[in-house]
Design a protein around this ligand. Sequence first.
Ligand SMILES: Nc1ncnc2c1ncn2[C@@H]1O[C@H](COP(=O)(O)OP(=O)(O)O)[C@@H](O)[C@H]1O
Ligand SMILES: [Mg+2]
Length: 222
Amino acid sequence: MFKFSSNVRRKIFVQSSTKFITLTSFKGGVGKTTSAICLSCLFSEHGRVMLIDSDPNRSATMWASSQNLPFHVATENTATRLMAKNHFDFVVIDTPARPAEAEMQELVEGCDLLLLPTTPDSLSMKAMALTTQSLPKGTNYYVLLTMVPPPPQKDGEDAFKALHEKEYPVIKHGIKLLKVYKDAAALGLPVKSVKGGKKAWRDWIELAKLSPISELLNSVTS
Ligand SMILES: Nc1ncnc2c1ncn2[C@@H]1O[C@H](COP(=O)(O)OP(=O)(O)O)[C@@H](O)[C@H]1O
Ligand SMILES: [Mg+2]
């Protein structure tokens, strides 16, 4: 299934300005789909976006089914056709957990930025570390800390410290743990459109100012 992103690039090479952003992890439940949807909402404020749902569970497709999201959601099967007919500035790829090593190679080959969402707990952080070990040398990847519990809990702070000590490239702002994400998924809406969602959306506005997201956004607006 991960052959998809590099194959699409090869087939639709004319869209060379399209930025491919893939979210993956060896572990499920770390916020890949939620982050893929929120990033697609963010990118939609700067250009045309397609989200490719390559998870057989089709969580992103279900979130989008009410047709209230500001971007296209495709599967591997429909994406090539959509790309042939439309120009997209950003293609965001949501993946299932546990890609095999060979699939990881394909996945990385086809993307401009690989995001590894992880929650701050030790099991998730270990899974993230294992994921990085399977990446080809020189992969442009960043860790995205998700579901960070509110202060006075120190999980987020501790996780950032551990990531810095081990010199992982990490986006310098974590996504807060907030119930509104579940509401947004259930209602099929962008998180900022849900009651109480403005606080959650502020995290994504913050991300837009930070590397490597800011560079991606600048690449289409400049
Ligand atoms: N920042 C967050 N705050 C609270 N709940 C979240 C957050 N991000 C994700 N969730 C919830 O955690 C669960 C797993 O998230 P999901 O994005 O589906 O992970 P994955 O795609 O990695 O399996 C979902 O129920 C989702 O609503
Ligand atoms: Mg998912």
